[in-house]
Design a protein around this ligand. Structure first.
Ligand code: SF4
Ligand code: SF4
Length: 215
């Protein structure tokens, strides 16, 4: 899921300058799961906005804010409140914010920073796991991503800085390539160590990304 966190009040105040009436949008998916943009956070934002002298014309938590059609449908259902507002403040990842921008000509302001694609270890503890490189080698690396988990993103590790299983960049963290080696050893297969991995073709990461499932 997309891990996000709330922007600081000062940054929000700057973005909201001159905007006295605000419509709030939350996201029922990732932003709810990492408690940056669910119902509770929308209510907390409402209270904070009111404490700054602003009016909240209304709010909605969209099931998945990144779903452009749903975003459009939900905003239409709140048309009067949306139109009354000077701006929409969106508690969702960057994709969610852009769903709103696609659905209204009103000023749209993002309230969150999108941090990374990650996993939840437990509530409040998130770990980046994939850098969306477009050319996945997890099947050869025993399910551990070196692009993301190696501090240098090496494809043919480990580097000379490995020491007692720890990474030279940060001795507090495990060396990804050590973990890959140990897990492959337990699986009794050479995996990625059977070959030299060529330099990554970052051309496969298309910007902007598009993917359409063929029917
Ligand atoms: S190899 Fe690429 S696609 Fe696979 S997990 Fe790592 S960054 Fe993500
Ligand atoms: S010690 Fe391991 S994780 Fe750290 S940079 Fe070198 S190969 Fe990557």
């Amino acid at each position: 899921m997309i891990i996000s966190s709330r922007k600081k009040n000062e940054e929000l105040l700057q973005a909201l300058e001159g905007k006295g009436k605000v419509f709030l949008v939350g996201c029922g998916a990732c932003a709810t799961a990492c408690r940056s943009g669910g119902e509770e956070e929308v209510f907390a934002m409402q209270e904070w906005l009111q404490s700054t002298g602003r009016d909240v014309t209304g709010w909605v938590v969209i099931d998945e804010a990144c779903h452009i059609m749903r975003a459009g449908r939900d905003l239409r259902q709140h048309r009067a409140q949306v139109e009354e507002a000077d701006a929409l403040l969106v508690l969702a990842c960057g994709a969610g914010v852009q769903s709103m921008s696609s659905s209204t000509d009103q000023r749209v302001i993002g309230a969150l920073d999108s941090l990374f694609l990650g996993n939840i270890r437990r509530f409040g503890q998130y770990e980046e796991k994939c850098s969306l490189c477009g050319d996945c080698i997890l099947n050869e690396t025993a399910g551990i991503c070196p692009v993301t988990n190696c501090a240098k993103g090496l494809l043919n590790g480990p580097c000379g800085g490995l020491e007692e299983g720890r990474c030279e960049v940060d001795r507090e963290i495990d060396c990804a390539w050590h973990l890959i080696f140990e897990r492959l050893k337990r699986q009794k297969r050479p995996g990625v160590f059977a070959r030299t991995v060529p330099a990554k073709n970052w051309g496969k990461v298309r910007k902007p990304g598009r993917h359409k499932i063929k029917s």
